[in-house]
Design a protein around this ligand. Structure first.
Ligand code: ATP
Ligand code: MG
Length: 368
């Protein structure tokens, strides 16, 4: 049997980038041989194993054929006769379809090195169209390698356009799509992900609620520039989307709770945050209550940062509202409930009294 390094590890080494995880390909071996060497099978019907010591993934060379709609609709064929070239041709991009042997020789039947040099994301074969997820993957790689000057090859973009037009993107599961969206958002230029999806008309299939102009993407650009976490980036992406559409996007991709909440709250309250010092104390307190700044202080902080990214995206140099809102939250939190309890208040009356004390504190804070 021969063992090769494949995929991202080869690509990123040639690009001089840090290699995160290594995928291995095994040619000329049977499942039984792998098990005899102590490799542990990963899934029942998938010819992938974990190395007994390193835990890295080793896949048997395989061919794939599409047999139906969606991701379930694939048949795999793994056997010792499947060659390296046959395995590599089923991969998405030429720069992902290179292998490296144990001497460090690069095996590159589909000219991935040439495309690396020309900074091109190019599909390996027409079989690319068999898995619609590849549209999102290419857009994600475009976002990741945009700082290096990579672009999607014209004929690949055309193929992506055909996939989008076929309606097949609708067959993707929320989980598979979200995984790509999440990784794309965490790249250095996540806006490129949206732009590439828009260029091939996949955006209107996947996220028709979004617009792809510079203004709509500006908050996300700032969030990436300031290395904000995923939920802030998601909320920034949905910056100019209507509340109902925010909910629809959250649900379509089953976004994590933290992302969903921040996007919805930002949609509802960013206008009040922007009003800052001009906001009525009662409106300010209502917002703080809605955020539950008493038990969820971090969530309000994430919201402030999101609003700040939006403001920078609009071309504002600073966002003085941020400090003002932080101070207001601290003021409301500092109101002590004990004197009210000691005065014999309980239940609804206590709640009302506490709210009243907080309102007075915020009024004083605003006048200060
Ligand atoms: P990353 O740095 O994002 O992990 P990667 O290239 O290693 O990039 P993986 O998702 O880890 O990406 O997949 C490993 C390899 O498997 C890819 O390089 C590619 O050759 C192949 N591959 C993965 N998913 C697909 C797919 N949906 N269609 C075709 N080939 C794929
Ligand atoms: Mg990988």
């Amino acid at each position: 049997m021969q063992i090769y390094k494949v995929g991202g590890a080869v690509r990123d080494r040639l690009l001089g980038r840090a290699v995160s995880d290594i995928d291995w390909l095994v040619v000329g071996a049977t499942v039984e041989e792998m098990q005899a060497k102590g490799f542990r099978p990963v899934g029942a019907d998938f010819p992938v194993f974990l190395h007994p010591q390193t835990g890295e993934e080793y896949a048997l060379a395989r061919t794939e054929r599409k047999s139906g709609r969606g991701y379930g609709g694939f048949t795999f064929h793994a056997s010792p006769e499947v060659t390296l070239e046959e395995d590599l041709i089923r991969r998405d991009l030429t720069i992902n379809a290179m292998a490296e042997d144990d001497q460090g020789n690069v095996l590159d039947p589909y000219h991935g090195q040439e495309d690396l040099e020309h900074r091109l994301l190019r599909h390996v074969s027409p079989a690319f169209a068999e898995d619609p997820l590849r549209v999102l993957r290419v857009a994600r790689f475009a976002a990741r390698y945009a700082p290096l000057g990579f672009q999607v090859a014209d004929d690949t973009l055309e193929l992506m356009r055909q996939i989008a037009a076929s309606g097949e993107l609708q067959a993707l599961t929320a989980e598979r799509s979200w995984k790509e969206i999440e990784r794309a958002l965490m790249e250095e230029q996540p806006q490129v992900f949206i732009q590439v999806l828009n260029d091939c008309s996949a955006l209107q299939e996947l996220m028709p609620e979004l617009h792809c102009d510079a203004d709509s993407l500006a908050a996300l650009v700032q969030a990436a520039k300031h290395r904000q976490p995923l939920h802030v980036r998601w909320a920034c992406l949905l910056d100019r989307v209507q509340p109902a559409a925010i909910k629809a996007l959250n649900q379509r991709f089953k976004a994590p709770r933290e992302c969903q909440e921040l996007a919805v709250l930002t949609g509802e309250f960013s206008g009040r945050a922007d009003a800052g010092m001009a906001l009525e104390p009662s409106g300010l307190l209502e917002m703080l209550q809605k955020f539950d700044v008493y038990r969820r202080p971090q969530r309000f902080e994430d919201f402030i940062v999101t609003c700040e990214m939006r403001a920078l995206g609009r071309g504002e140099q600073t966002y003085p509202q941020a400090e003002y809102l932080r101070g207001a939250a601290a003021t409301a939190r500092a109101v002590n409930v004990k004197p009210l309890v000691d005065a014999g208040l309980a239940g609804q009356a206590l709640g009302e009294a506490l709210k009243n004390e907080r309102l007075k504190a915020i009024e004083a804070y605003q006048r200060r």
